[in-house]
Design a protein around this ligand. Structure first.
Ligand code: PEP
Ligand code: MN
Length: 339
């Protein structure tokens, strides 16, 4: 059930609807929009009684939702969500660029990449302190020491920090040092992690699972939102297919597919999406051309020495060229209409 308030509904009227929803034992999710506030209802097992709401002051209509998702949908919020991270944002008019190494390896490495990221005008720095590696013997990240380096990068360069939490304790730590919680492909259906991130004050960057359908991915976002955190950014990072010429198959059709259903911003990760240095730039350009709200790019000052994902890391020069090219493309494409 979804309660759409009249355009001129007052805050007190919204609060009264929320009170009634909670009195019935459900959870209310008021999402203010450009023209009206809509209130999603979750926590109900069966149908909610429409008549309970129709006559409340300020209510335009009560709509039954038959789809599996309630909060990510354009029915709840017809205009795009802009996820604000301090004075930066993802989903607004500006193309969001998140760049940095796969893993924080040292202060010197993080700083030399961050300097280039800052110079490029990007607002976000990425870098893993906890790495989800296929092998337990591969570099696992610097842990809290890595987060401390990221916090220094934030301080020195004014960049917002996007970094992965592998588990619930990791979310506590990212909250202490970072700005955006990344949930990786391998954890897209780690439901306790999603719920914990849903109770965080920080925005969540939710990567698509290695073989997740669109519905599974959107329902993972729904998990985060159902706990009250509405600042979710979706990230297409490639899925597993039979193709062997790339690490993953970057599913760029997912961008318009998400757009048709959801108000959430969606970005593209051409680094993990291809796994190959020479493919990152062309697929980044394509991602912007299909309407992505941003890109997340792996950059290393010495890719040949990277402790993880070196094959897909851009050099600083390659990264600078990419930024110039994707900005030019972003400028010529009009905002993608919804639907
Ligand atoms: C990463 O961003 O370095 C990463 C591990 O990504 P993914 O979860 O998409 O594999
Ligand atoms: Mn990586």
């Amino acid at each position: 059930m979804l309660i759409v308030m009249k355009a001129d509904a007052t805050d007190a009227q919204v609060a009264e609807v929320v009170r009634v929803i909670e009195e019935l034992g459900y959870r209310a999710h008021p999402l203010p929009g450009a023209t009206r506030t809509a209130i999603g209802i979750t926590g109900n097992q069966g149908a909610v009684d429409v008549s309970r709401f129709e006559n409340l002051a300020g209510v335009a209509e009560a709509i039954r939702v038959s789809k599996p998702y309630k909060l990510i949908t354009l029915d709840l919020r017809p205009e795009k969500t802009v996820v604000r991270v301090g004075d930066a944002s993802i989903g607004g008019d500006e193309l969001a660029i998140i760049a940095g190494p796969c893993a924080v390896e040292s202060r010197a490495q993080a700083f030399s990449v961050a300097e280039a990221v800052r110079r490029s005008g990007a607002r976000f720095f990425r870098g893993g302190a906890f790495k989800p590696r296929t092998s337990p013997y591969a570099f696992q990240g610097l842990g809290e020491e890595g987060l401390k380096i990221l916090a220094e990068v934030r301080e020195v360069y004014g960049l917002k920090i996007v970094t992965e939490a592998l588990d619930e304790a990791g979310v506590d730590m990212v909250e202490r040092y970072g700005d955006v919680i990344q949930i990786g492909a391998r954890n897209m259906q780690n439901f306790s992690l999603l719920k914990r991130a849903g109770r965080s004050p920080l925005p969540v960057l939710l990567k698509r699972g290695l073989s997740a359908t669109l519905d599974e991915w959107l329902l993972a976002a729904e998990y985060v939102m159902s706990e009250g955190n509405y600042n979710v950014v979706l990230c297409e990072r490639g899925i597993r297919t039979f193709a062997q010429h790339t690490r993953n198959t970057l599913d760029l059709a997912a961008i318009p597919a998400v757009r048709r259903i959801s108000h959430l911003p969606v970005i593209v990760d051409p680094s993990h999406g291809t796994g190959k240095n020479y493919m990152v730039n062309p697929l980044a350009r394509a991602g912007v051309a299909v309407g992505a709200d941003g890109l997340i790019i792996e950059v290393h000052d010495q890719p040949e020495r990277a402790l993880s994902d070196g094959a897909q890391a851009l050099t600083i020069e390659q990264y600078e060229q990419l930024v110039n090219e994707v900005r030019a493309i972003h400028e010529v494409i009009a905002p993608t209409p919804v639907g």
